[in-house]
Design a protein around this ligand. Sequence first.
Ligand code: FES
Length: 110
Amino acid sequence: MQLCHERDLPEGASRGFDPHGIGQDTVLVVRWAGRLHAYADACPHHQTPMAWRKDHYLNAAGDRIVCAAHGALFEIATGRCTLGPCLGESLTPIPLTLQADGSVHLAEKK
Ligand code: FES
């Protein structure tokens, strides 16, 4: 299932997606250090969506994913919570595939 084109995610950008059409974003993708990192848009603290505004998932420094509800911070590369009420827990990684034409897809479940 296609999410976007990789050019839609320049370095430091984050975006939310609603691939299953449920009316709220359930997948977040961040490009950081050149790579795309995708996680379920559900904070381990209360399983709530995390954007503080549509497509805004990063802290002011742009080096952590932040949950808008209670401020938990997560490493972008690993999804591990480094500060906040779910310290030590992790976001759920979402596998992506990048096609030759640059389109970004959810990886097929096996
Ligand atoms: S719901 Fe994310 S920090 Fe509380």
